[in-house]
Design a binder for this molecule. Structure first.
Ligand code: IFM
Length: 477
């Protein structure tokens, strides 16, 4: 097996000495509601912003929607069996807000909650810890119609939803994550508009970031008051950020992008303050008049753990007026106040998302969070890769995906050896699924999903991951 990041052969397990992870290290896989559940109009679920967005022509590739997705809503028992076969000790999934509180206000929908009760029971029966994420991007549409995340009221609505869900499941689910990747909700959803709700408004994106964090802090306070024994987190998608060259201008571009990608969330959540340089970079965009007294203290409510999603590194250069603006997260409109920064590729091997494979960036990110912020247990809540998969004779061989996970697990091990309190790893993803604006054209799963028949085929990477879990380690490279 060849490691695409280094072009070197990855030793097969059993060939060499082992890199062992600490005992009790959690081995998981992750998914999200809209990406796998389907059943969008069943048992009282009402539309979310992703139902609306995916039905809007031109927003999602080939007009794909999450209407059926992996049909997990009906097949969750089979999917839990797949998890048990892998030997997962934890499973991270998200709850669909419009399923448990249709419309985003008012009482809980018992049928919606029952689905998650059944899922949690099934997991516990198989000895798999349920890890809940409350918000993985599926805002009830009526709340967006009322202004969405740029409005403070949405944070308050989120707290009500979090409390009613935690009241129903908090006796059996110990690990609660408020938000997944608020950067994407704020800057892809309200800045560049490539994600739902598809708005392009720089000031609104910065307000959205604040209200997502406010909802997080207030929800943690309320849930913890009800059950102090549970653990509460937020998941941030963090990036290593480097300047493309050695000029001061490139260094400043890296400072800006690090500010908007990482520190605009890390500093409020872990220190109770916005970084001064980021506020200054945003001065043409907003005067931060949406921040009220007490907000930052609420946002900095102590975490029990921090979730980190890591995929790649941003390498950036100062403005180049001739550069053609690039799409998706490289689009200038995702970076309010710093629209002229240019993203550079280095010619490293890439995944099918064209994201450069950069495992050293994961060590850097973990060490940075541990060194610069108050000590908090860390979890990798997502890491994985899309590659083009082919079914041959009923099997899917995906050595590139296993090699990707292998180098990133080595990075995790290196960080742990350097003293980083990293306690677990959740692979993205258990199943191929609806990859947002890319629809079903990108496959991240270690389980192949034939969307026509809904047949699941564990890929060779799934067998490889099961062996890593069984050994609690990797062959030493
Ligand atoms: O599929 C997404 C997931 O929903 C959030 N994190 C990144 C993944 C891959 O793009």
């Amino acid at each position: 097996m060849t490691n695409p990041a280094t072009d070197q052969r990855v030793p097969l397990l059993g060939e060499e000495r082992q890199l062992t992870f600490p005992s009790g290290f959690r081995w998981g896989a992750a998914t999200a509601a809209y990406q796998i559940e389907g059943a969008v109009a069943e048992d009282g679920r009402t539309p979310s912003i992703w139902d609306t967005f995916s039905r809007t022509p031109g927003k999602v590739i080939e007009g794909h929607t999450g209407d059926v997705a992996c049909d997990h809503y009906h097949r969750y028992r089979d999917d839990v069996r797949l998890m048990a076969d892998l030997g997962l000790t934890a499973y991270r999934f998200s709850i669909a807000w419009p399923r448990v509180q249709p419309g985003g206000r008012g009482p809980a929908n018992p049928a919606g909650l029952d689905f998650y009760r059944r899922l949690v029971d099934e997991l516990l029966e198989h000895g798999i810890e349920p890890w809940v994420t409350l918000y993985h991007w599926d805002l009830p549409q009526p709340l967006e119609d009322a202004g969405g995340w740029p409005e403070r009221d949405t944070a308050e609505r989120f707290v009500d939803y979090a409390v009613l869900t935690h009241d129903a499941l908090g006796d059996r689910v110990r690990h609660w994550t408020t938000f997944n990747e608020p950067w994407c909700s704020a800057f892809l959803g309200y800045g560049s508009g490539v994600h739902a709700p598809g708005r392009e408004d720089a000031a609104a994106s910065v307000r959205a970031a604040h209200h997502l964090m406010l909802g997080h802090g207030l929800a943690v306070q309320a849930m913890r008051a009800a059950r102090p024994e549970n653990e509460f987190a937020i998941t941030l998608n963090l990036y290593a950020v480097s300047p493309a060259g050695e000029t001061e201008a490139d260094a400043d571009a890296a400072r800006r992008i690090d500010g908007l990608a990482n520190r605009i969330f890390l500093d409020p959540v872990l220190r109770g303050e916005y970084p001064e340089d980021v506020r200054a970079d945003l001065r043409e965009v907003t005067d931060f008049d949406h921040v009220r007294e007490g907000d930052l203290a609420a946002i900095a409510t102590p975490l029990s753990m921090l979730g980190i999603n890591y995929y790649s590194r941003h390498v950036v250069a100062a403005a180049n007026p001739d550069a053609t603006p690039e799409p998706y997260w490289r689009a200038p409109s995702c970076w309010p106040g710093s629209e002229d920064v240019r993203f550079v590729t280095r010619g490293l091997p890439v995944t099918d998302m064209e994201w450069e494979i950069d495992a050293p960036g994961l060590v850097e990110t973990l060490r940075r969070v541990h060194d610069e912020y108050p000590e908090v247990p860390l979890y990798i809540t997502e890491n994985g890769a899309a590659f083009v998969d082919k079914v041959v004779d009923g099997e899917v061989d995906d050595p590139d995906r296993a090699a990707f996970v292998d180098v990133h697990l080595r990075a995790c091990h290196e960080a742990i050896s350097a003293g980083v309190p990293l306690r677990g790893y959740f692979l993205w993803s258990l199943l191929d699924n609806f990859e947002w604006a890319w629809g079903y054209t990108k496959r991240f799963g270690i389980t192949y999903v034939d969307y026509e028949s809904q047949r699941r085929i564990p890929k060779s990477s799934a067998r490889w991951y099961a062996e890593v879990i069984r050994r609690n380690g990797l062959a030493a490279g």
